[in-house]
Design a protein around this ligand. Structure first.
Ligand SMILES: NC(=O)c1ccc[n+]([C@@H]2O[C@H](COP(=O)([O-])OP(=O)(O)OC[C@H]3O[C@@H](n4cnc5c(N)ncnc54)[C@H](O)[C@@H]3O)[C@@H](O)[C@H]2O)c1
Ligand SMILES: O=CCCC(=O)O
Length: 500
């Protein structure tokens, strides 16, 4: 990680002056009058306004462009698609300062983490540039005849990619990378609260040589209008969604009309297990990013800590110590390690969940409130901050055990039996991420295999990797992103039978 740059008002003004402010369709940014504010959660002030696209009209225009570009892109040599993706990866790194600052400004993550996301997000472009020239396919002899079975991978066709605000760059590249590698054209719809990073990504892709129409980006506050228009259009062949489970459910229902391929990366409720054999330093070192990375606003965030009674006191004490040492402030300040939450609604939800837990008997061990204006740097009083929080004695019926907190709150539940810890971990409709910490390999492996989730991190707080299949089971989603599995989501298999 390079030293973080000093962010001055002039630097922010320069970026905001250059960042595109409207939808990107058929190779160009559209005109229009900006009216949709993008707010800085660190100060509560509007950064810029962007053009709020008419969902049906601009959505259809974007799909027209994607459909027109689809065949030629599918026929573009895999080597050429690979080279373009590779160039886009390089450009993301060359433009890391702009991309990172845009993310910190529009959603609040600390600048160091925003640079981390540039690396992570760009990696999907590099990984899939390498996969573009390794499309699957096969040739085998039919067992009962002198005939052959040939399988050929083909792109599914135009894709609608819908992304959330919490990882504005990587959630886009995790879809666009494999889609372009497979030969699919894309209409991206970013969250309306964080359009700037996606618009900068459009510039990256265009400058890398992605032809007009192959990637389009519709910025609109009317997400329902956009999805209902495009999902009703039979030319669209796939929807890839990252966001909350309720919205995913709606999109799955809409996608059934034209029997679309779907990929669903949905909500989580990750359990974090501290087993009897856990080394406390290792467990806490994993717990900190598992809980507080991205201000606690990650689908993978540890939502519930099930700690074995034999290590509970030591673990909780160490977690409280580390959590209370986090530096709350605006993401652009290099000393900040916990930035503001997205908006007032996000803080209100966290307050509500903490109040519910406390009413039911939980104890606030640190935090448990918003910081006062005096505890924040000048100019940040209107920002949407919440102190890093650890709750003890959290009862099983508290809402924090069931609902995604999406904020910097760690509920600790002490249990004296490993079976009970695993049963509690699995007592949720979600199954995205889980964390297991322990030094006894047999104990850890047994627990990891019994937890119902698409991903398990052992003695680690982050498992995300472009080379790994990311995704959930149960109501956390369908399909995988990243790795070879991530490319398969954008391919259809055609089977050809041949005489030998
Ligand atoms: N599994 C994953 O990989 C993953 C990654 C990041 C976030 N998430 C989840 O996303 C949620 C937080 O993100 P969010 O608040 O932006 O989620 P969200 O579901 O509210 O919104 C996600 C995206 O869907 C759009 N949207 C909302 N309603 C829509 C509709 N009816 N039709 C079409 N689009 C619609 C939004 O504008 C946004 O672009 C959390 O639940 C988090 O766990 C999951
Ligand atoms: O918010 C969920 C995505 C987090 C990640 O990809 O690491």
């Amino acid at each position: 990680m390079p030293d973080l740059p000093t962010i001055t008002d002039a630097r922010i003004a320069d970026l905001l002056d250059r960042v595109p402010r409207s939808s990107f369709v058929d190779g160009g940014f559209l005109g229009g009058t900006p009216s949709l504010p993008v707010t800085d959660p660190a100060t509560g002030r509007a950064l810029v306004e962007v053009v709020d696209a008419d969902a049906a009209a601009v959505g259809t225009k974007a799909l027209d462009a994607a459909v027109a570009a689809q065949d030629a892109w599918a026929r573009t040599l895999p080597r050429d698609r690979s080279d373009i993706l590779r160039r886009a990866y390089e450009l993301c790194h060359e433009r890391a300062d702009d991309l990172a600052l845009a993310m910190t400004l529009e959603m609040g993550k600390p600048l160091a983490e925003a640079y981390g996301e540039v690396t992570y997000g760009a990696e999907f472009l590099r990984w899939f540039s390498e996969q573009a020239v390794r499309l699957p396919g096969g040739f085998r002899q039919a067992p009962s005849a002198d005939q052959a079975i040939l399988t050929v991978a083909r792109p599914v066709g135009p894709v609608l990619a819908i992304t959330p605000w919490n990882f504005p760059l990587s959630m886009g590249t995790r879809k666009i990378g494999p889609a372009l590698a497979a030969g699919c054209a894309v209409v991206l719809k970013p969250a309306s609260s964080t359009p700037l990073t996606s618009l900068l990504l459009m510039q990256v892709l265009a400058d890398a040589g992605v032809p007009a129409g192959v990637v389009n980006c519709v910025v609109t506050s009317d997400s329902k209008g956009l999805s209902s228009t495009l999902l009703a259009d039979p030319r669209l062949r796939k929807v890839s969604f990252t966001g909350s489970t309720p919205v995913g459910r709606t999109l799955l229902a809409q996608a059934s009309e034209h029997v679309l391929r779907t990929s669903m990366e949905l909500g989580g409720n990750a359990p974090f297990l501290v087993l009897p054999s856990a080394d406390i330093d290792t467990a806490v070192a994993a717990a900190m990013p598992a809980k507080f990375r991205n201000n606690g606003e990650a689908c993978t965030a540890a939502n519930r800590f099930y700690v074995h009674a034999s290590v509970a006191e030591q673990f909780t004490k160490a977690l409280v110590e580390k959590a209370s040492a986090l530096q709350v402030g605006p993401g652009i300040d290099p000393s900040t390690t916990l930035g503001p939450l997205l908006d007032e609604g996000a803080v209100a939800k966290v307050e509500e969940l903490v109040a519910d837990a406390v009413e039911r008997g939980a104890r606030v061990l640190t935090g448990g409130r918003r910081p006062s204006a005096e505890e924040l740097p000048d100019g940040c009083a209107e920002g949407t901050y919440y102190l890093p929080t650890v709750l003890g004695d959290v009862p099983a019926d508290a809402r924090v055990n069931r609902e995604e907190i999406f904020g910097p709150v760690a509920p600790v539940i002490v249990l004296d039996d490993v079976d009970a810890m695993i049963a509690a971990a699995n007592d949720t409709e979600f199954g995205l991420m889980s964390y297991v910490t322990g030094a006894d390999l047999a104990e850890v492996t047994a627990a990891a295999q019994r937890i119902e989730s698409g991903m398990v991190a052992v003695n680690l707080g982050v498992a995300s990797d472009a080379a790994a299949p990311f995704g959930g089971i149960k109501e956390s989603g369908l399909g995988r992103e990243g790795a070879a599995e991530g490319l398969d989501e954008y391919l259809e298999t055609t089977y050809v039978r041949l005489p030998l």
